[in-house]
Design a protein around this ligand. Structure first.
Ligand code: ZN
Length: 150
Protein backbone atom coordinates (compact mmCIF):
# COMPACT_ATOMS: atom_id res chain seq x y z
CA UNK A 1 0.00 0.00 0.00
CA UNK A 2 3.01 2.31 0.16
CA UNK A 3 3.40 4.47 -2.93
CA UNK A 4 7.06 5.23 -2.27
CA UNK A 5 7.90 1.51 -2.15
CA UNK A 6 6.13 1.05 -5.47
CA UNK A 7 8.08 3.89 -7.06
CA UNK A 8 11.41 2.51 -5.85
CA UNK A 9 10.50 -0.89 -7.22
CA UNK A 10 9.14 0.29 -10.58
CA UNK A 11 11.62 3.04 -11.44
CA UNK A 12 14.79 1.94 -9.68
CA UNK A 13 14.98 5.39 -8.07
CA UNK A 14 16.06 5.20 -4.44
CA UNK A 15 16.90 7.52 -1.57
CA UNK A 16 20.38 6.02 -1.59
CA UNK A 17 21.02 7.01 -5.21
CA UNK A 18 19.73 10.49 -4.48
CA UNK A 19 17.25 10.42 -7.35
CA UNK A 20 14.25 9.95 -5.09
CA UNK A 21 13.35 12.89 -2.91
CA UNK A 22 10.77 12.69 -0.16
CA UNK A 23 8.97 15.83 0.92
CA UNK A 24 6.84 15.38 3.96
CA UNK A 25 3.77 17.25 2.75
CA UNK A 26 1.44 14.41 3.77
CA UNK A 27 0.05 14.18 0.24
CA UNK A 28 -0.18 11.31 -2.22
CA UNK A 29 1.53 13.27 -4.97
CA UNK A 30 4.39 12.07 -7.12
CA UNK A 31 6.47 14.22 -9.46
CA UNK A 32 8.68 12.66 -12.10
CA UNK A 33 11.42 14.51 -13.95
CA UNK A 34 13.66 13.91 -16.90
CA UNK A 35 16.75 15.75 -15.74
CA UNK A 36 18.34 15.84 -19.18
CA UNK A 37 15.32 17.23 -21.00
CA UNK A 38 14.17 19.28 -18.01
CA UNK A 39 10.60 18.04 -18.44
CA UNK A 40 8.31 16.41 -15.93
CA UNK A 41 4.82 15.63 -14.78
CA UNK A 42 2.97 15.47 -11.49
CA UNK A 43 0.55 12.73 -10.43
CA UNK A 44 -2.00 13.26 -7.70
CA UNK A 45 -3.79 10.18 -6.36
CA UNK A 46 -7.55 10.62 -6.82
CA UNK A 47 -9.27 10.51 -3.44
CA UNK A 48 -12.17 8.69 -5.08
CA UNK A 49 -10.09 5.64 -5.96
CA UNK A 50 -10.23 4.14 -2.49
CA UNK A 51 -13.64 5.76 -1.93
CA UNK A 52 -16.10 4.02 0.39
CA UNK A 53 -13.84 0.97 0.80
CA UNK A 54 -10.98 3.23 1.92
CA UNK A 55 -12.99 5.13 4.49
CA UNK A 56 -14.44 1.92 5.93
CA UNK A 57 -10.96 0.40 6.07
CA UNK A 58 -9.48 3.46 7.81
CA UNK A 59 -12.23 3.33 10.44
CA UNK A 60 -11.64 -0.36 11.12
CA UNK A 61 -7.85 0.02 11.16
CA UNK A 62 -8.22 2.67 13.84
CA UNK A 63 -10.25 0.24 15.95
CA UNK A 64 -7.69 -2.50 15.34
CA UNK A 65 -4.90 -0.17 16.46
CA UNK A 66 -6.79 0.66 19.62
CA UNK A 67 -7.34 -3.03 20.17
CA UNK A 68 -11.13 -2.80 20.10
CA UNK A 69 -11.80 -4.55 16.78
CA UNK A 70 -13.84 -7.75 16.94
CA UNK A 71 -12.90 -10.99 15.19
CA UNK A 72 -15.45 -10.16 12.46
CA UNK A 73 -13.98 -6.71 11.96
CA UNK A 74 -10.49 -8.13 11.61
CA UNK A 75 -11.71 -10.47 8.89
CA UNK A 76 -13.42 -7.50 7.26
CA UNK A 77 -10.12 -5.56 7.27
CA UNK A 78 -8.45 -8.40 5.41
CA UNK A 79 -11.32 -8.50 2.91
CA UNK A 80 -11.28 -4.73 2.34
CA UNK A 81 -7.51 -4.73 1.84
CA UNK A 82 -7.77 -7.35 -0.87
CA UNK A 83 -10.67 -5.50 -2.49
CA UNK A 84 -8.68 -2.28 -2.53
CA UNK A 85 -5.59 -3.96 -3.94
CA UNK A 86 -7.82 -5.37 -6.66
CA UNK A 87 -9.17 -1.94 -7.42
CA UNK A 88 -5.68 -0.38 -7.57
CA UNK A 89 -4.37 -3.12 -9.83
CA UNK A 90 -7.32 -2.96 -12.20
CA UNK A 91 -8.02 0.77 -12.41
CA UNK A 92 -6.94 2.74 -15.44
CA UNK A 93 -4.15 5.20 -14.79
CA UNK A 94 -6.45 8.11 -15.65
CA UNK A 95 -8.95 6.91 -13.03
CA UNK A 96 -6.28 6.68 -10.34
CA UNK A 97 -4.26 9.82 -10.92
CA UNK A 98 -4.77 13.41 -11.93
CA UNK A 99 -1.78 14.15 -14.12
CA UNK A 100 -0.59 17.73 -14.58
CA UNK A 101 2.60 19.57 -15.39
CA UNK A 102 5.08 19.91 -12.53
CA UNK A 103 4.70 22.98 -10.38
CA UNK A 104 8.46 23.45 -9.93
CA UNK A 105 11.59 22.88 -12.04
CA UNK A 106 13.53 19.62 -11.73
CA UNK A 107 15.49 19.35 -8.48
CA UNK A 108 19.22 19.92 -8.74
CA UNK A 109 21.38 16.77 -8.73
CA UNK A 110 22.28 15.70 -5.23
CA UNK A 111 25.35 17.57 -4.05
CA UNK A 112 28.11 15.70 -2.34
CA UNK A 113 27.98 17.25 1.08
CA UNK A 114 30.85 17.40 3.45
CA UNK A 115 30.59 15.49 6.69
CA UNK A 116 31.62 17.15 9.94
CA UNK A 117 32.55 15.56 13.23
CA UNK A 118 30.17 16.38 16.07
CA UNK A 119 32.21 17.85 18.91
CA UNK A 120 29.96 16.26 21.54
CA UNK A 121 29.50 12.63 20.47
CA UNK A 122 32.29 12.43 17.92
CA UNK A 123 30.07 10.98 15.19
CA UNK A 124 30.15 12.22 11.61
CA UNK A 125 27.10 14.05 10.28
CA UNK A 126 26.26 15.73 6.97
CA UNK A 127 27.19 19.39 7.13
CA UNK A 128 23.65 20.50 6.35
CA UNK A 129 22.43 18.51 9.36
CA UNK A 130 24.78 20.07 11.87
CA UNK A 131 24.37 23.15 14.05
CA UNK A 132 26.77 25.59 15.65
CA UNK A 133 26.22 26.10 19.36
CA UNK A 134 28.57 27.84 21.79
CA UNK A 135 31.29 27.81 19.12
CA UNK A 136 30.98 24.04 18.63
CA UNK A 137 29.80 21.97 15.71
CA UNK A 138 27.09 19.57 16.85
CA UNK A 139 24.95 16.90 15.24
CA UNK A 140 21.20 17.43 15.55
CA UNK A 141 20.55 15.06 18.49
CA UNK A 142 23.42 16.63 20.48
CA UNK A 143 22.28 20.13 19.52
CA UNK A 144 18.76 19.36 20.71
CA UNK A 145 20.13 18.09 24.03
CA UNK A 146 22.19 21.21 24.80
CA UNK A 147 19.50 23.53 23.47
CA UNK A 148 16.96 22.09 25.88
CA UNK A 149 19.31 22.67 28.80
CA UNK A 150 20.13 26.23 27.74
ZN1 ZN B 1 26.61 14.42 18.31
Amino acid sequence: MCGVDAIQFLTGCTFGKGNLIHKDYGKMVFSFYDRWKGTGFRMLLCPNVSGDLGSELRGLMKKAEEGTASEEERTRIQFLREKLQDRYMNSDLEEMFIVTETASPAPKPARILQSLRCEACGEMAMESRTRRFGGKTLCLPCFEKVEQKA
